[in-house]
Design a protein around this ligand. Structure first.
Ligand SMILES: CC(C)C[C@H](N)C(=O)NCC(=O)O
Length: 499
């Protein structure tokens, strides 16, 4: 079906080329096996950015991305972003950032698609039903680490551009890519790279598009906010070596007991953050926000079933009970305790007193929290709580990630264009949602570079990011590719003066 969309007329554009959506969508349908194979190829690379032993795989992953974009005729660079310092002082090369450009027509808008191809750790023994690095299609669900976060969405964007090329159709906008390999560990080195290229690669970029998140339900969504994240290490050091708990237990003051004691003062069982000052900075939920949340269809029982939880922290009785749940998912800070390095965690019954233990915990950030302030509040508080224990052990608190929250204006034409693209592909209106997770670079694009951003997820609500059995639905992957094709066309209709 060739037709011009309604928003196109509303926006007052006078000359256009007909948008050959039907041909493009058919092309996508007929190439879906190739797309799945491309995803299989990428998932097979264990590009875990948190594991220094996997750094060679991560370098290989970035090369693969660059190679794919080069084969499509893009102007591709692998940008060296330097090294990272490891906790033991060693230096390790960061994965290069891939930049690419398709089209250079100054009469068109230029969009820049940001994505990442690093993944969280995954082992079959963690409870995966399949090998996490061997993409496995079970009933249209493509299981594999990084399938949804964020390899399939990055590929879908690449395939969207490729489809225009394959049909010899002119891209309606210039498309740039910036693909990194450190997102899962705080986007180390990316801020500096972006700033360094502000007047070169990014100078003509009008809009940033990010597809590194998921829908809330089976309804497609556009995302207008993410939480930030402050990630802490709290290290308690005691005796000079691990000790036998039978021989020494009762005489030494155990680092693990100190650590658990201070961790227990971070948050109450009912979810109240106990660090003084943290909650004071949180912007109150406005009536407008309340109404937006109320309008979203969200089935709490379904949500509970999906994650296998019998009860949630917040679920009031009544017809608006989902508002509280959404607000605490997107709009309020929370503390999560992720693990303790140095603790015995293997199966079995080792009777050890660990000499040094390091807790990893994070606090999700929302407007108007400031990571620098949170760092001080948490560090001062934990030291004061620790001091009251009168322990001879030592405590060191370090903040290793300090990512700010991000919030967009849903009235921006980027969102109108997004709604039109969703309507075309899915024949329904999208949910306007926020995201509880963090995309560290979003604020840099917005505040430092002055770019408008839209987040356009294609992942399913139950994809299991960071978890066992992460998957991407074939449906989302393929229809998502069509969505991106349609979106490029919609963005081309935005008046050139709008930023
Ligand atoms: C759902 C998130 C925004 C996805 C993102 N790739 C991510 O996992 N970020 C790190 C985080 O801890 O939120």
């Amino acid at each position: 079906m060739n037709f011009l969309t309604l928003p196109f007329f509303l926006l007052g554009i006078s000359t256009v080329h007909a948008f050959q959506y039907t041909e493009l969508a058919q092309y996508v349908d007929s190439h879906q096996e190739e797309y799945v194979e491309a995803l299989r190829d990428w998932v097979a690379i264990e590009s875990d950015s948190s594991n220094v032993l996997k750094r060679a795989d991560l370098h290989l992953m970035m090369e693969k991305v660059a190679q794919k974009l080069r084969l499509m005729g893009g102007n591709v660079e692998l940008v060296d972003i330097g090294e990272q310092e490891l906790p033991d002082g060693q230096m390790l090369a960061l994965p290069k950032v891939v930049t690419a450009q398709f089209g250079n027509d100054s009469s068109k808008h230029t969009v820049c698609v940001y994505g990442h191809v690093d993944v969280q750790p995954a082992k079959k023994e963690d409870g995966w039903a399949t090998d996490p690095y061997n993409l496995t299609d079970i009933n249209g669900k493509l299981y594999g680490r990084g399938a949804s976060d964020n390899k399939a969405p990055v590929l879908a964007w690449i395939h969207a551009v490729e489809a225009y090329q394959a049909l010899s159709l002119e891209l309606p906008v210039n498309v740039k890519f910036v693909i990194e390999g450190m997102e899962e560990t705080g986007s180390n080195g990316l801020d500096a790279m972006i700033l360094a290229q502000r007047d070169t690669f990014f100078s003509d970029v009008d809009y940033i598009i990010i597809s590194d998140c998921g829908w809330l339900s089976i309804r497609p969504a556009l995302t207008y906010g993410t939480r930030g994240n402050c990630y802490f290490f709290a290290e308690v050091q005691g005796p000079k070596q691990d000790l036998h708990s039978g021989v020494y237990g009762g005489t030494v003051i155990e680092p693990m007991i100190d650590l658990i004691g201070i961790l227990d003062t971070l948050i109450s069982p009912s979810g109240k953050i106990l660090v003084p000052g943290i909650r004071d900075a949180v912007a109150p939920l406005s009536d407008e926000e309340w109404r937006m949340y109320q309008d979203i269809e969200f089935d709490i029982d379904h949500y509970k079933n999906k994650i296998g939880a019998s009860q949630l922290m917040y679920s009031n009785k009544g017809s608006n009970n989902h508002v509280d749940v959404l607000a605490h998912m997107w709009r309020y800070p929370t503390v999560s305790i992720h693990g303790i390095e140095g603790a015995f965690s293997d199966p079995g019954t080792k009777t050890v007193i660990p000499a040094k233990v390091t807790a990893k915990f994070s606090i999700r950030q929302v407007p108007n929290m400031d990571p620098a302030m949170v760092k001080k509040q948490v560090t001062d508080y934990l030291h004061s709580v620790f001091a009251k224990r009168k322990s001879p052990n030592s405590l060191k608190v370090t903040m290793v990630i300090g990512a700010k929250p991000w919030l967009a204006d849903t009235q921006h034409p980027l969102y109108e264009a997004g709604k039109a693209a969703v309507k075309r592909v899915f024949d329904m209106d999208p949910d306007l949602i926020r995201e509880g997770g963090t995309i560290p670079i979003a604020r840099t694009f917005q505040d430092v570079m002055g770019k408008s951003i839209i987040m356009m997820p294609i992942g399913g609500f139950d994809d299991g990011l960071h978890s066992q059995n992460e998957k991407m639905n074939r449906y989302n992957y393929i229809e998502g590719t069509k969505l991106f094709i349609a979106y490029l066309n919609e963005v081309s209709q935005i008046r050139k003066t709008t930023v």
